[in-house]
Design a protein around this ligand. Structure first.
Ligand SMILES: [Zn+2]
Length: 226
């Protein structure tokens, strides 16, 4: 019993938190996976991520925050022009499970409006901040034709806080953790969660791409299958 408990703890530590009620995997036997990048656009981080994706010829899905898009529309245009999915991640990046009515509508509708303003096209995919989700959110998403997306592999490529200084050693430790999560959980149809966060994701991304390809997998956008 105790051994089982320890095993559960270990597997939780490797897989990280996975949201419920969302699409966390695409059902397939093909060796395909989906890179997703949350919380952008963020100047100084989105550009290098895009550069890596372009040089590796990988297309991905970006879940973008309305307020950030309004500040950096040029970055949203770049993401779209390079063939990635531009998707909704709320306007203010707040937990939606405490909201209802107009406040909930605003977070979805206003973000869609900003996306249409910039790229001339409504998003189809949505990811709730923190994966916090419930039936009220699900019903409201239906009004806007948005599909709720979670993740299967949480790379934890992120440290809370603004402008946190990370030593090279601290970055390396986190990059190793990212790779540990990917190695332990890679499977057909997995949706991989990364962020427009900081140096950790930028340094980890080429290693993630190389490892995933070495296992015979290809990358797709979620819009390719949904
Ligand atoms: Zn987020």
């Amino acid at each position: 019993m105790k051994a089982l408990f320890v095993l559960i703890l270990i597997s939780l530590a490797f897989s990280g938190y996975q949201p419920s009620g969302l699409i966390n995997n695409i059902s397939t036997t093909q060796r395909i996976v989906f890179l997703t990048f949350d919380d952008g656009p963020k100047t100084g981080v989105t550009e290098p991520l895009l550069k890596i994706l372009a040089s590796e010829n990988v297309k991905a899905t970006f879940f973008l925050v309305g307020d950030n898009m309004a500040k950096y529309p040029d970055l949203v245009e770049m993401i779209f022009a390079q063939g990635h999915d531009v998707s909704n991640h709320t306007y203010d990046h707040i937990r939606l499970d405490n909201l209802d009515g107009d406040d909930l509508d605003y977070q979805l509708q206003e973000t869609n409006r900003v996306i249409v303003d910039i790229i001339g096209k409504s998003p189809r995919l949505f990811r709730p901040p923190g994966g916090r989700f419930n039936n009220i959110i699900l019903e409201t998403l239906g009004k806007y034709g948005l599909i709720p997306i979670g993740w299967a592999i949480n790379t934890s490529d992120y440290i809370e806080g603004v402008n946190v200084h990370l030593s090279a050693a601290a970055i390396q430790t986190k990059v190793n953790e990212v790779m540990g999560a990917v190695r332990a959980n890679l499977h057909p149809g997995a949706i991989i969660l990364m962020h427009n966060g900081n140096e950790i994701g930028i340094q980890a991304l080429p290693i993630v791409i190389q490892y995933v390809r070495s296992q015979g997998y290809q990358f797709k956008r979620l819009s390719d299958v949904l």
